[in-house]
Design a protein around this ligand. Structure first.
Ligand code: PMP
Length: 425
């Protein structure tokens, strides 16, 4: 079947507006490690996908999944070793205070549950999130999807705060004054929720502000916000759907900012493509919630999902991916900074581990966002065999976030291709 025919059938069945990447959509039929292959056999370097965290179709994960699928798959209201083994292994990767888990199927479900837990624990309703974020697609979580609504939420129980941006700083401030100004916005939001009578239940942030365009948030900001949230009686929730599982060169984004939250949510890379998510929290919070709410998730935590999750953790450990990511990440960041010297259009390069934001601007002084150019770069990179995407409030930040087996050779191929594309455009 040609791509045109497939697209026509898809549009008829899923709707023309169902999202697709690229001006000419890709028809991918196979994946292996950091490589994807289209229907014509053309090979692409995947510098975008974070879900296949230990590489597309990782043989150890495929084997673990297949073995368990051939034996038993069932929900979690029976005893099964996999769910206990996995919960044990997963919680062991966190600070010792985060010692219990709920399993879900997606990151959205994990965030939905985290909101319920925070609201029930505190008896308050109000939630704070950033003004350019996405935490998922359920009704409650959608109230926080400010990246599609110009930074605002229509919910009376949600307040948004500006994400900490060092490239386009609030009121042109710098250093401690800038951090304090962003923290003051959080204090204002807490007061506003309290004044409205809905109370303050908690704050939900991605610790590295991934969907905001990866703005290099200073750890001091996150630390001050954590103190403020707790002093005001709220719970601190970290959405580690993007920042977790070794992505940043640390196991978790929270390790990078030096803050232990009350609740953590995760998903995407957890099962290397198999749908599994989780909420991890403290025993006092989890037990109090479980006693009041019969939370059950038919597919969450099933033996096959847990086999996949366990295999992912084992590969991360056996292949020392945390160290690998830190090392390849440093090499890539250096290469990108050199590229910035050569191309005036690169206004800012930021990143940590194997997650980079490359902000394109029309001129460096005025920092005018070059969103159209970013779109053309993403499409041309694809034509030249390298997959990336873009994000940020102005869609002008190239988003680079490859599967973690990415090596320095892959990084060089990506950088050389980006160099050629920028020169061409
Ligand atoms: N949180 C963050 C930070 C995300 O980026 C996403 C998805 N992009 C989600 C939650 C939702 O995850 P899912 O699509 O698995 O529901």
């Amino acid at each position: 079947m040609t791509e045109t025919e497939l697209l026509k059938r898809r549009n008829k069945l899923l709707g023309k507006a169902a999202p697709l990447f690229y001006d000419e959509p890709l028809h991918i039929v196979r994946g292996e490690g950091v490589w994807l292959f289209d229907a014509d056999g053309k090979r692409y370097l995947d510098a975008y996908n974070n879900v296949p965290v230990v590489g597309h179709c990782n043989p150890k994960v495929v084997e673990a999944l297949s073995r368990q699928a051939a034996q038993l798959n069932i929900h979690t209201r029976y005893l099964h070793e996999n769910v206990v083994n996995y919960a044990e292994r997963l919680t062991a990767t966190f600070d010792t205070s985060l010692d219990m888990a709920f399993f879900t199927c997606t990151g959205s479900e994990a965030n939905e549950l985290a909101l319920r837990i925070a609201r029930m624990t505190t008896g308050a309703k109000g939630i704070i999130c950033s003004n350019c974020t996405y935490h998922g697609n359920t009704a409650a979580v959608d109230e926080l999807s400010t990246m599609f609504t110009g930074g605002r939420s229509s919910s009376p129980t949600v307040r948004t705060v500006p994400f900490p941006d060092l490239y386009r700083p609030l009121n042109g401030l710098q250093g401690d004054a800038l951090i304090d100004a962003y923290v003051a916005e959080v204090a204002k939001a807490i007061e506003s929720l309290k004044a409205a009578g809905v109370g303050f239940a908690g704050l939900l942030f991605c610790p590295i502000f991934a969907n905001e365009g990866l703005p290099s948030a200073p750890p001091a900001y996150v630390q001050k916000v954590a103190r403020l949230v707790r002093d005001a009686g709220g719970l601190l929730i970290f959405d580690e759907v993007q920042s977790g599982f070794a992505r940043t060169g640390r196991m978790w984004g929270q390790d990078l900012v030096g803050v232990v939250p009350d609740i953590v949510t995760m998903g995407k890379p957890m099962g290397n493509g198999h749908p599994i998510g989780a909420v991890v929290s403290r025993a006092d919070i989890v037990n109090a919630f479980r006693e009041r709410v019969m939370y059950f998730n038919t597919f969450g935590g099933n033996p096959v999902s847990c086999a996949a999750g366990l295999a992912v953790l084992e590969v991360i450990q056996e292949e020392r991916l945390v160290e690998h990511v830190a090392q390849v990440g440093e090499h890539t960041l250096k290469g990108l900074r050199e590229l910035q010297q050569r191309h005036e259009v690169i206004g800012d390069v930021r990143g940590t581990g194997l997650f980079f934001g490359i902000e394109l601007v029309l001129d460096r002084e005025r920092k005018l966002p070059a969103g159209d150019l970013a779109k053309r770069v993403v499409n041309l990179m694809k034509d030249r065999g390298v997959l990336i995407s873009r994000l940020g409030p102005n869609d002008n930040v190239l988003k680079v976030r490859p599967p973690l087996p990415f090596t320095t050779e892959h990084a060089d191929q990506f950088i050389n291709t980006l160099n050629d594309c920028l020169a061409t455009l």
